[in-house]
Design a protein around this ligand. Structure first.
Ligand SMILES: Cc1cc2nc3c(=O)[nH]c(=O)nc-3n(C[C@H](O)[C@H](O)[C@H](O)COP(=O)(O)OP(=O)(O)OC[C@H]3O[C@@H](n4cnc5c(N)ncnc54)[C@H](O)[C@@H]3O)c2cc1C
Length: 410
């Protein structure tokens, strides 16, 4: 691949990069996909017992929708990787695996220069599909934990047996934090879960999964402009799990199991980990989001002239929580406290907003002509980063590139 020139380079061989590749292929646009690991690398990197949180029917990649026998099930990590491998092979996606793009810059003669671990690529257009969830984020207090204490991000977790013995502090109560807390508790660990603000819902509402309702009520079509603030996009998806066939997994479920819920992690001092006195507020935030989906469903059913499902109000919650835990008893700390964009480390264009997200219209950079994005959380809609929604964006990006290709004005 040394010093090649091509019309379009797609960076990233996850679902977003593959979906763009599928749509470009369908339009006859010459392109290559470069992937620093293997196809679906991010999914390969998830923990051993990982399952989708969204049902299998939500895998709606263009030309690669789920067509198996268990649409209401939740694929395991390896099944999903297998699906993506099959998808890439099904349309002969031109993927170069084990090639990392280390720098993206302007090239005077053709548009873009990409320095890679395997030489230089030049292209007229570039699509960045390098992940919805790029760089694990740790709260500031993390820096105060003693160096000798075992600390990892969720990406570093494989299974309970690989952790040092002792109590586990999980920092962050999004889907991942809740799932790891449950798994560790079931494995016999004492677990402290430092909670933040996260939406939750019952897995099933009436005869349907919550994801069905998120689709039908238009919730997944919500745009960034409809959020209370741009930073609201950093709040996670519903606390729930697909593990064991799928079940409820939120603050109350974990508390009943015996996981110790505490407030936001503040940091370590005097041999103790300290937590804010805000557990009640975090749960109230989650309850408010649950009430929103209930309201949406009620309105949808009224509009369709059908009876809404039974959706009980959130039961009372006991917000009493320790404000500190002795570090001496802790075997490990796992951070599951969200992600931030990571483009600025290697993209040499000032094409991003103050949170690091691309400045764009419909995936086309409004700062750098010829630069496109796909798979970004809330790129166009709430579902943009999900298996159910990325295909819609991929088609729009590919169409724009194909139209540009027809005129060749770059
Ligand atoms: C824990 C977790 C659970 C999730 N569960 C679900 C779910 O159940 N259902 C659902 O629909 N969504 C889920 N998502 C959201 C989303 O579907 C995934 O994050 C998905 O991986 C996003 O796909 P992507 O292709 O946009 O990004 P990725 O899968 O991250 O793919 C990006 C690819 O780009 C490569 N790359 C990055 N930088 C470079 C570079 N410089 N050079 C070359 N290659 C590069 C990476 O190796 C990676 O393979 C989940 C997310 C998380 C974090």
């Amino acid at each position: 691949m040394v010093d090649e020139t091509t019309d379009v380079v797609v960076v990233g061989g996850g679902q977003a990069g593959l979906a763009v590749s599928y749509e470009l292929s369908a339009r006859g646009v010459e392109h290559v996909v470069v992937e620093r690991g293997r196809v679906g690398q991010t999914w390969r990197d998830r923990w051993d017992s990982f399952c989708l949180v969204t049902p299998n029917w939500s895998v709606q990649l263009p030309g690669g929708a789920y067509a198996g026998v268990d649409p209401d099930g939740f694929m395991s990590r390896d099944e999903l990787v297998g699906h993506l491998e099959w998808y890439a092979a099904s349309f002969r996606a031109p993927v170069y695996e084990q090639v990392e793009v280390t720098s993206l810059d302007a090239a005077p003669d053709c548009g873009f220069r990409l320095d890679t671990s395997d030489g230089v690529l030049r292209a007229g257009r570039v699509v960045l599909a390098t992940g919805a969830y790029q760089r694990p984020h740790r709260p500031a207090g993390a820096a105060t934990l003693p160096e000798g204490l075992y600390q990892i991000d969720a990406e570093g977790y494989r299974n309970e047996s690989l952790l040092p013995p002792g109590k586990v502090l999980v920092v962050g109560s999004g889907q991942t934090g809740c799932q790891l807390a449950e798994e560790l508790h079931e494995a016999g660990r004492e677990v402290v879960l430092a909670c933040g603000r996260a939406p939750w819902s019952s897995r099933r509402l009436g005869d349907h999964d919550v994801i069905y309702w998120a689709v039908e009520t238009g919730m997944f079509d919500e745009t960034l402009a409809e959020l209370p603030s741009p930073s609201a996009r950093l709040i996670g998806n519903f606390q729930a799990t697909g593990h064991g066939g799928g079940h409820d997994l939120h603050y109350r479920v974990l508390q009943q199991l015996g996981v110790t819920l505490v407030g936001h992690f503040l940091g370590a001092q005097d041999g103790r980990a300290h937590f804010a006195c805000d557990l009640a507020e975090s749960v109230a935030f989650g309850d408010a989001r649950y009430n929103e989906i209930r309201d949406r469903i009620t309105r949808l059913c009224a509009a369709r002239g059908i009876a809404p499902p039974e959706m009980p109000a959130p039961p009372p919650f006991d917000p009493r929580a320790p404000e500190a835990v002795e570090l001496a008893g802790l075997g490990a700390v796992i951070f599951t406290s969200g992600f931030r964009p990571d483009y600025s480390r290697w993209v040499r264009f000032n094409a991003f907003d103050e949170l690091g997200f691309p400045i764009h219209t419909n995936g086309a950079s409004t700062v750098v002509p010829g630069l496109y994005f796909c798979g970004v959380h809330y790129l166009r809609k709430r579902k943009s980063s999900l298996l159910i929604g990325v295909g819609e964006d991929a088609a729009i990006v590919a169409q724009k590139i194909a139209e540009h290709d027809a005129t060749k004005t770059y």
